[in-house]
Design a protein around this ligand. Structure first.
Ligand SMILES: [Zn+2]
Length: 423
């Protein structure tokens, strides 16, 4: 991709209503734009990161034996009335009527629809366990949308649902999912904590949240390094100075951004929606369920909240929209232009995800934008480096650059990328 053609160009300033660091950086780097309160457009660079997060999640869901589906975002009132959530969900549920006067809501989650589907299709213990998941737009009519895409009304989410024959099987499925979530957030290059959490309007017997640790996080976490206890303070009600509820040792407090939430539902939805199967003895029993969400759009913003400096974003390699930026200076100099084009071609042929800064801008502007965009590796080519037959290689998260001969640029780059993945 040529930066000269990028849509939109970078911006020096964020709008005044960008109320958190990730919202400001996402605007300035051109990842997203706001259409209305809590409603965002994802632009090419932002969408590339979103798709990378999505693909990591998909691979880990498939590895668990999950099967991907796509459920309606417009859902009938009748289903939501059966579970009592048409009332219970309150004003976050956006309701409307179609031309015939039938009432619907925009899905904030999909327990009703998936359980209804399971009631129709899962009949026998032989079909269990089954795990279904989807990626889709969700809508929650937040009273005060804020922090950019972190607390948007419309957002992109992965929701998964497990169906098991027994409590024991369901607990095993929950545990496997918890480990898959830890793998996902590790692969996304995030530092996170798994904490006990409130079940809220989803319900069920217990739940965990996955918190990206960041000082700007909305949630407070109490954790104990002695026994491993960790909980959202909304749940454990602990305050500074309180002892650990499990081992009475002292608690530490930190802040986090919730990016995932898992719920052990039991038969809460399968009973009310009559999702039953026939067991080995031919007896009808409710399906035992779990549900598991990841805010994919939130993962991208949380990565920025956690990984940035005063100059801009510093992407984890796995979520970066491009892995290398080729910053070419002195492009008015024909040999530099020729060499830059040839290096760009070679990198693309070697299947590197390269962003080519081919704009006729000053060095300062180009370096500034490379830092703002946060691409993990920068290759700089100029009249000066070309005199020595070299290109300069610099990781985004380092102040040190080094000279690499042009013929070695690709292998050196690949080596550097391997070291960033820890491989
Ligand atoms: Zn403890």
């Amino acid at each position: 991709m040529r930066l000269s053609q990028a849509f939109p160009p970078t911006s020096k300033k964020a709008p005044a209503d960008a109320d958190t660091l990730s919202a400001q950086l996402m605007f300035r780097a051109g990842l997203v734009r706001k259409l209305a309160s809590g409603i965002y457009e994802w632009l090419p660079l932002g969408l590339r990161s979103l798709k990378k997060a999505e693909q990591i999640v998909r691979e880990e869901m498939d590895a668990l034996g999950g099967q991907e589906v796509w459920l309606p975002v417009v859902q009938p009132k009748a289903l939501w009335e059966k579970t009592g959530r048409w009332q219970l969900y309150g004003q976050e549920l956006l309701r409307f009527k179609d031309r015939k006067g039938s009432e619907f809501c925009l899905a904030p989650t999909a327990e009703e629809v998936i359980t209804d589907l399971a009631a129709r299709e899962l009949r026998s213990y032989r079909q269990l366990p089954t795990m279904l998941y989807q990626f889709s737009t969700k809508f929650r009519d937040e009273l005060r949308p804020r922090f950019g895409v972190l607390r948007a009304r419309e957002f992109y989410m992965k929701d998964a649902y497990s169906f098991d024959a027994t409590e024991k099987d369901a607990e095993a499925a929950y545990e496997k999912m918890r480990r898959a979530y830890e793998k996902i957030f590790t692969r996304c290059g995030l530092r996170f904590k798994t904490v006990e959490a409130q079940t809220g309007p989803i319900g069920g017997s217990f739940s965990h949240e996955f918190m990206v640790t960041a000082e700007t996080g909305e949630s407070e976490i109490a954790s104990c390094s002695r026994c491993g206890f960790s909980a959202n303070t909304d749940l454990c009600r602990a305050r500074s100075g309180d002892p650990c509820p499990k081992c009475k040792s002292s608690l530490e407090f930190s802040r986090g951004i919730e990016v995932g939430h898992t719920f052990k539902l039991g038969d809460k939805y399968s009973r009310t929606l009559e999702a039953q199967f026939l067991d080995l003895q031919g007896k009808s029993r409710p399906l035992i369920m779990g549900c598991y969400g990841i805010g994919v759009s939130r993962v991208v913003a949380a990565a920025i909240e956690q990984s940035h400096d005063e100059n801009g974003i510093s992407w984890p390699l796995s979520l970066a929209p491009y892995t290398v930026i080729l910053t070419a200076l002195n492009l008015e100099d024909p040999p530099v232009r020729q060499q830059a084009e040839s290096l760009y071609r070679a990198l693309r042929e070697a299947r590197q995800e390269v962003l080519f800064d081919d704009r006729p801008e000053r060095a300062g502007v180009k370096f500034h934008d490379a830092d703002l965009l946060g691409i993990p590796l920068r290759l700089t080519l100029s009249s000066k480096t070309l005199e020595g037959g070299c290109v300069e290689l610099k990781p985004r998260n380092s102040t040190q650059s080094r000279s690499v001969s042009l013929s070695q640029a690709l292998p050196e780059l690949q080596q550097c990328l391997r070291s960033l993945t820890g491989g």
